[in-house]
Design a protein around this ligand. Structure first.
Ligand code: SAH
Length: 339
């Protein structure tokens, strides 16, 4: 598909186009990667961050946020509980918290890898190349670093202390190192154009990204972005846009892992999330961050929280009741299940 065609599909407000794209993506998903849904346990290990991304509530600018950092022992206990009940991937995510040194994360990954039968995914932001290499050697299999927007000018405005070229360099480096590499964007950012979203989708393909997470931008009052910042995508078009981007990601990148994102659920409820599972998505992330920390990981306002780690059999039952699809017993790597 050419950029022009993608732009046309994204800008139309014709709901029938959304429906046909969703249904085509659902068929492509079924044919190429099957019906399995892959479940990841998401553990938010720290909300300290050295950066100031304008849209994000963890930014250093936010003095209102109560900061926390889980201790390695507590992280291990949480992961042990997740492994025992049946999780096959856990994602350790956090702000860019340099108090977790290269060594601390390396030994944490080594110990998780040695003790538990699960895939380790990391999302700890931008670090020196050598950190990524060491963590891979220690046993990490997946790394997530969203490029957020492929519009370099918008990228620069939203990220006062990062640049787009570094982001792309890191994504390429992660792939070379051997990681299953994840990227993604926010949809509806102030200043974002539909043309740039078409570029984002083509960039996922060009970089051969393995996991693609796209969700709506959610306004956070504790950030510098004003509530009614000007957007070129109308507010009432975002929900369909999320569905169309999910569908196009599936149709264009074929056999990738595509989550139904937490941001989609936060903004458009459980029904919105389910819609993306019927538009090409095949991954669900469940927050396993223990209390009292979970409510302080506020990249955007949230009011719905899990009650800690749920029994995996209940999760399987719940997912199959809601989607009619089975939960995969495997690690959920991209090319594990190809038909
Ligand atoms: N610091 C890590 C990961 C934590 S943030 C990193 O930089 O990769 C995880 C993701 O939350 C970001 O990639 C971004 O896409 C998303 N996010 C942050 N603020 C958001 C907002 N206001 N609305 C929607 N998504 C947001």
């Amino acid at each position: 598909m050419e950029k022009n065609e993608i732009v046309q599909l994204l800008i139309t407000s014709d709901r029938n186009i959304t429906k046909s794209l969703a249904s085509l993506a659902d068929t492509v998903r079924h044919n190429l990667v099957g019906d399995d849904i892959h479940v990841r346990g998401l553990l938010n290990i720290s909300n300290y961050c050295r950066k100031n991304c304008l849209y994000c509530g963890l930014g250093n600018h936010n003095r209102k946020l109560k900061r926390y950092r889980m201790k390695p022992e507590e992280i291990l206990q949480t992961i042990e509980a997740a492994a025992i009940t049946g999780y096959k991937t856990v994602l350790l995510q956090g702000g860019e918290d340099m108090q977790y040194t290269t060594e601390i994360i390396t030994s944490l990954v080594e110990e998780i890898h040695r003790r538990f039968d699960l895939d380790i995914a990391l999302s700890l932001g931008e670090r020196p190349d050598d950190d990524y290499r060491r963590w891979f050697d220690a046993g990490a299999a997946k790394y997530l670093l969203k490029h957020e927007t492929s519009d370099p000018e918008l990228y620069r405005r939203l990220h006062p202390d990062s640049d787009f070229e570094t982001r792309i360099h890191i994504l390429r480096f992660l792939k070379q190192t051997g990681y299953e590499t994840g990227s993604g964007i926010m949809i509806g950012l102030p200043g974002q154009t539909v043309e740039s979203i078409a570029d984002d989708i083509l960039l996922f393909r060009e970089l051969d990204i393995d996991m693609i997470g796209c969700g709506p931008y959610i306004y956070n009052p504790d950030t510098p972005i004003p509530e009614y910042a000007e957007t070129s995508i109308p507010a009432d078009a975002i929900e369909d846009m999320v569905i169309k981007v999910t569908a196009l990601n599936r149709i264009i990148t074929r056999d990738t892992m595509i989550p139904a994102t937490t941001a989609t659920e936060t903004k458009f409820s459980a029904r919105g999330k389910l819609n993306t599972l019927h538009s090409g998505a095949n991954v669900i992330m469940l927050d396993i961050t223990p209390p009292p920390w979970k409510e302080h990981y506020r990249i955007y306002p949230r009011n719905k929280f899990n009650d800690g780690i749920r029994n995996y059999q209940d999760i399987i039952k719940d997912i199959s009741e809601k989607t009619g699809r089975p939960v995969s017993p495997q690690y959920g790597r991209r090319r594990e299940n190809n038909r």
